[in-house]
Design a protein around this ligand. Structure first.
Ligand code: GDG
Length: 467
């Protein structure tokens, strides 16, 4: 049986409960065959020191990490990954900083990752690379002679070809993506953008069944929407900490209907637009005043990127003005927290809420939408208000789908959600929960790895063009 090697920017110990569904699911697959998980340690190396490799064993899984030096951190992580790829892939060309130095750092770190990883590889390994930080990794590994099968999964959206083409060096980047054997996307829409790009920019020819001939090789591309570890999330929901949180929220808000939003504080999540829609709800439907409270958790994220401080200030000012204009001595419309809530408590908060607002302007998938559904009591479930621009909207069709740019339309949908009769809530939740179970994280892992397992390993001696 082939060994699985997972490569991602950050590495998590799958045995720790704080790791979250994705780490746990990948950990499970790694555990089964014994595996290697490789990535950045999250630490900065002192001065100009050479990158140090740290190796830990977590049961049958080897965790191998390297540090980054400050210059690489600034150009690879802050500059290119989060300052160019994140905004452009979320359709925000206006926020991208195309400073030429960043792409060099991005390439340098991918080369360093390839050089460090190569000696740890075994001939039969299957390599699975994750996310936008590591697009050129396969090409760098191939250039060093790696012939193993390599798959890639993009967790964030892939924009249409004309937006991608705005990136200086997009051809280099996309050629790098075509060096994988299997390329997976969150949604059919993202997959279609990829197909259109390789056809129009690289003259790719379809070879049927999701395969393409491009750059003198055959690759497979497809949509593999990421799922939740539903069973694990249900058991966290039943555990004492979540139950206690649920009881507390129910007691505290016994006279109100709770709405909840849980997001990393990121401009892609549409938080100011959500607040405007909530304000519109209070203005248009006076009966919601005093009776609805929105709890918004905005967990701190990437605070060294300036666009993130702008969004923080905008959100704080909107929450302040809503509370100032509509609040009463005994009712605060918005409870906003710029803090991380313990993972063990989140399901309790979800379950106590009548409505979840998951309204990103763009999102690869959005796992909060799935977590909210998984935490509900099927006899008295809450309602999901979901942006049509989240990858999850392709699957979760029985949610109330909204356009987050349309303030009035979103306010109207929130109003419908707050008033929805029990029967309709149950019917929608039942259908959504079935989808969640059918396409859980294990299904996601299995279907991606099945396709990768079927791909043929590169023949050694394949002439690899340097990117
Ligand atoms: C990327 C893509 C894709 C949030 N606040 C707290 C907290 N969280 C947890 C949630 C959820 C996770 O973080 C967020 O997941 P998302 O899917 O919403 O978003 P990204 O972080 O942007 O992730 C996304 C995902 O990759 C997976 O492929 O779905 O589209 O952008 O699990 O619960 N967790 C805790 N406290 C918080 O305050 N403990």
């Amino acid at each position: 049986m082939s060994r699985l090697v997972v490569v991602s920017n950050r590495v998590a110990d799958p045995r720790k409960t704080a790791a979250g569904g994705l780490a746990v699911a990948l950990g499970e697959v790694l555990n089964n065959s014994g595996g290697l998980w490789f990535g950045w340690s999250g630490k900065l190396a002192e001065g100009d020191a050479q990158p140090q490799l740290h190796v830990h064993h977590a049961g049958p899984v080897t965790l191998a990490t390297v540090d980054l030096n400050k210059e690489d951190y600034d150009s690879f992580y802050v500059g290119y990954s989060n300052g160019v790829l994140w905004p452009v892939f979320h359709y925000r060309l206006d926020l991208a900083d195309f400073d030429a130095g960043y792409i060099e750092g991005y390439r340098r770190v991918n080369q360093m990752f390839a050089k460090t990883l190569l000696p740890m590889l075994q001939p039969d390994d299957i390599i699975w690379v994750h996310d936008y930080h590591l697009i050129p990794l396969a090409a760098e590994l191939r250039a060093l002679g790696c012939t193993q099968r390599i798959g890639y999964f993009l967790h964030i959206p892939l924009p249409p070809p004309l937006i991608l083409a705005a990136i200086p060096g997009h051809d280099w980047l996309m050629k790098g993506l075509c060096s994988y054997d299997v390329v997976g996307f969150q949604s059919q829409a993202d997959h279609e953008h990829f197909c259109r790009y390789i056809q129009s920019e690289a003259h790719a020819q379809s070879a049927g069944e999701g395969r393409w001939r491009v750059f003198n090789r055959t690759i497979h591309a497809g949509a593999y929407p990421i799922g939740l570890d539903v069973q694990e999330f249900r058991s966290v929901t039943e555990a004492p900490e979540a139950r206690e949180m649920y009881e507390r929220m129910k007691r505290e808000y016994s006279r109100r209907k709770l709405l909840v939003g849980v997001d990393r504080l990121d401009y892609s999540k549409g938080l100011p637009q959500r607040m405007r829609a909530f304000r519109e709800l209070l203005a248009r439907y006076p009966e919601t005043r005093q009776s609805a409270t929105l709890i918004q958790i905005a967990s701190p994220s990437r605070e060294d990127v300036s666009a993130y401080t702008d969004i923080l200030h905008e959100l704080e000012s909107l929450c302040g003005s809503i509370n100032g204009n509509y609040g009463e001595l005994d009712w605060m419309p918005v409870r906003y927290m710029h803090r991380t809530v313990a993972r063990a408590r989140l399901p309790g908060l979800y379950r106590a809420s009548r409505v979840a607002l998951v309204t990103p302007l763009r999102d690869g998938m959005n796992l909060v939408a799935k977590e909210f559904l998984a935490a509900q009591d099927p006899e008295d479930p809450g309602v999901l208000v979901l942006s049509r621009f989240a990858g999850a909207a392709e699957q979760l069709k029985e949610a109330l789908l909204v356009n987050p740019y349309d303030t009035e339309g979103t306010a109207h949908a929130i109003h419908l959600a707050l008033q929805m009769p029990l029967e309709e809530r149950r019917e929608r939740h039942e259908a959504l929960f079935k989808t969640l179970q059918r396409t859980d994280v294990h299904w996601w892992c299995d279907s991606f790895l099945h396709t990768l397992g079927q791909a043929e390993a590169e023949e050694s001696g394949t002439p690899w063009l340097r990117l």
